[in-house]
Ligand binder design. Structure first.
Ligand code: BDR
Ligand code: CA
Length: 311
């Protein structure tokens, strides 16, 4: 079992990512750490605790981390997509948490877990990369304990928050720059280019609604998120961004990656938060490379996620 830490801002697709992980025997979920993002830190932390309760994993520690970006405050969150509570206004439909949040800061918990780990740990950031950037900055000695970072974020084709930038990267471009462009931990980046192609459809959601407690609990979180995708992408379905990244964390190679240098625009112009993915052949040998997931068997992925959350 690969030890795994999820760093998250739940978030409806984060909810699917957590449930997928909790149902996957290939990984040992060591902790869920939270960050500001889709909504504020208080909500993302409360949501993480309730989601683990829904999944029957209240034993997994939850620690709260950054409540704002490293350098420049962001002007808004994503409550228009995820609801004011981060879960379509339905957080209260989830079981109440039976455990309290861990007393440590998210970065301290991650550091403690890495220090004692006997196998390389996968870290899956599926929100702004603030906690992970802080971890790498504060504890460079622990980098060899990280097997892979598998992150959802960025785009090679344009953004969802601005014309150029994807939400997680846009939320803290300086942190993302540190993780993606300046560090050297093996990293897989799962961008919008792929997650949009993996959107699930109405039939998938019907099968989810007919499932057990976890599946029905997740389905209850989806109506307004689904309405958003009807509005912005014109589809009857929704995008499971973060769950697609977790599929790769759980089953390495389920996504097809291309090694590319990735830069993050930290300027204050219209490109702020954009990821510049250099896909030119033969120009990359001397630069830090990130494995960018640009392809997958989309049907297989949908079944992978659904079959597990239906368990
Ligand atoms: C990312 O932004 C958030 O709204 C989602 O949870 C996902 O992590 C997609 O751009
Ligand atoms: Ca997220």
């Amino acid at each position: 079992m690969t030890p795994l830490i999820i760093d998250t801002d739940p978030g409806i697709d984060d909810a699917f990512a957590i449930a997928l992980t909790a149902a996957s025997p290939e990984v040992d979920l060591l902790a869920v750490t939270t960050v500001f993002g889709n909504v504020g830190l208080e909500n993302t932390t409360a949501n993480a605790l309730r989601l683990l309760e829904l999944c029957g994993r209240p034993d997994v520690p939850v620690a709260a981390g950054a409540d704002r970006p490293l350098v420049h405050p962001t002007p808004h969150r994503a409550s228009e997509v995820h609801g004011g509570d981060g879960l379509s206004g339905a957080a209260d439909t989830l079981p109440k948490a039976s455990k309290d949040v861990d007393g440590r800061h998210a970065v301290a918990l991650m550091a403690d877990l890495l220090r004692t780990a006997t196998e390389p740990v996968t870290i899956a950031p599926i929100g702004p990369m603030t906690n992970v950037a802080l971890l790498l900055a504060l504890h460079p000695e622990l980098k060899p304990k990280i097997g892979r970072i598998v992150a959802m974020g960025g785009s090679a084709k344009g953004g969802n928050t601005t014309a150029a930038a994807e939400f997680n990267i846009w939320s803290d471009p300086e942190a993302a720059h540190r993780v993606l462009a300046e560090e050297d931990v093996p990293t897989v980046l799962v961008p919008l280019d792929l997650t949009h192609r993996c959107a699930v459809d109405a039939t998938w959601l019907e099968r989810l609604a007919a499932g057990g407690t976890v599946a029905r609990g997740l389905h209850a979180l989806t109506p307004s998120y689904r309405a958003t995708y009807r509005r912005v992408l014109g589809i009857d379905g929704m995008v499971l961004h973060d769950a697609i990244a977790l599929a790769e964390a759980i089953s390495p190679g389920i996504l097809r990656t291309t090694a590319c240098p990735v830069e993050v625009d930290t300027s204050h112009g219209p490109g702020r938060g954009a990821t510049i993915v250099d896909q030119r052949r033969g120009r990359n040998s001397h630069r830090r490379l990130v494995d960018v997931a640009l392809d997958a068997d989309v049907t297989e992925l949908g079944e992978f996620v659904l079959s597990r959350v239906l368990r």
